[in-house]
Design a binder for this molecule. Structure first.
Ligand SMILES: *Cc1c(COP(=O)(O)O)cnc(C)c1O
Length: 396
């Protein structure tokens, strides 16, 4: 057994002294809530009645036949209310906030999806919500800023530093230190100080638990591989959690390779980063020689976290999960394939996981089941994808 909050050398609580109290209060409240059947019942009820769970699994018949190998099966998080997996987690954290008597939600967001998911549950539960977002991201992701405002949240554009996600995280932490008596800080992925990585994994494990049950019911056995994209790592950790004890199921995380690792323009913290401290935890992250955080690059805005959840680093070290890299071009090609062969427009993030499955499928027999977590839908990415294709002379 590892000490609480640690995954090998990763994790921990690397925060200012003033935040230790609020983190202990949070950890204690979560421990209690986790064991309370009434808390779990309310969480499950909202996932069912509001999010529309459970989400189905879908066999990609035409795509698999085209590739001529393994059978690709999708876990359909794209069908959730708000169009992605993130809402599973924000519901869990907002319910915990309510239980702790906190009146106000704050969040940081990069591409804006976590901000939208937090604003959504804030409206649902009737709580005021403020979202910190780098000023550059506010410009780049204006539709999501409009969504958050539409839902009643206040968006703060942060001009400090590089005016992107890491600066928004700093501001959110600063707000929390100042207002922790009445404020709950909603983190969007399996990162941050303990207990966030554990808590977010637990709220997202509904993905893996459902998928495991659904595979057994549909195929009479478990998938051979479970594949998910990794930004901060919450959809992947949620999927993996359902299969961690099934040693025969290979777990595959897919990082965003952007223009390729050697180019330095990527978001691959495990494959192309080094050990450091970010957002209150020790983890693998993109940094300069002197330890300043480097901004990520990927065609997919949602894979923009400059670090990665500590549990992923640990699963990588002990060999329980493997982590590969998919570049922009491969993700775009996979996006096209799913549109044309299955009539599903995937999120660019999810297209990275799909691309890895598409790479692997032809080398494997038909009986092999590759379970891919389709973490979100791609409506939000249309403009971006059209621009990417136009710049490269690719056909729409
Ligand atoms: C935010 C996002 C991701 C990346 O976040 P994780 O914490 O790594 O899951 C992946 N897919 C979609 C659709 C997203 O919105």
């Amino acid at each position: 057994m590892q000490p609480k909050g640690h995954f090998g050398v990763y994790g921990g609580q690397y925060v200012a002294e003033t935040l230790m109290g609020p983190l202990q209060e949070l950890a204690a409240a979560y421990d209690e809530a986790k064991k309370d059947p009434e808390f779990q019942r309310e969480f499950q009820e909202i996932l069912h009645d509001y999010v529309g769970r459970e989400s189905p699994i879908t066999v990609c018949k035409r795509l698999s036949a085209h590739l001529g190998g393994a059978t690709i099966v999708l876990k359909r998080e794209d069908l959730n209310h708000t169009g992605a997996h993130k809402v599973n987690n924000t519901i869990g954290q907002a319910l915990l906030a309510k239980r702790m008597g906190k009146k106000r939600l704050i969040a940081e967001t990069g591409a804006g999806m976590h901000g939208v998911a937090t604003a959504t549950v804030a409206a649902l539960l009737g709580m005021p919500c403020e979202v910190y977002m780098g000023a550059i991201d506010v410009k780049r992701q204006s539709p999501n800023v409009e969504r958050m405002q539409m839902l009643g949240a206040k968006v703060h554009a942060i001009e400090e530093g590089s005016a992107t996600l890491k600066d928004a995280m700093n501001e959110a932490l600063r707000d929390w230190v100042t207002n922790c008596d009445d404020t709950f800080y909603v983190i969007g992925t399996v990162a941050g100080p303990y207990p966030y990585p554990d808590m977010v994994r637990d709220f997202q494990r509904v993905i893996g638990d459902e998928a495991r049950r659904q595979c057994l019911a549909k195929f009479g056995r478990l998938p051979d591989q479970a594949i998910a994209c990794v930004g901060g790592g919450s959809n992947a950790m949620g999927l993996f959690a359902g299969f961690l004890d099934d040693k025969e199921v290979k777990l595959v995380g897919v990082e965003a390779g952007g223009k390729g690792i050697p180019s330095g323009e990527h978001a691959a913290s495990i494959n192309g980063g080094r050990l450091g401290v970010l957002h209150g935890a020790k983890t693998m992250l993109l940094q300069t020689d002197v330890g300043n955080i480097i901004d990520t690059y990927s065609v997919s805005a949602g894979l923009d976290y400059p670090g990665v959840g500590p549990e992923h680093c640990y699963l990588h070290d002990i060999g329980r999960a493997e982590y590969s890299v998919i570049c922009d071009d491969e993700a775009i090609a996979a996006f096209d394939d799913l549109c044309r062969f299955e009539g599903i427009i995937p999120a660019m993030e999810s297209s990275h996981a799909l691309a890895e499955a598409i790479k692997r499928a032809p080398t494997l027999p038909k009986e092999t089941i590759l379970l891919v977590n389709l973490s979100g839908r791609g409506d939000k990415d249309m403009e971006n994808i059209m621009a990417y294709k136009k710049a490269r002379g690719l056909k729409g």
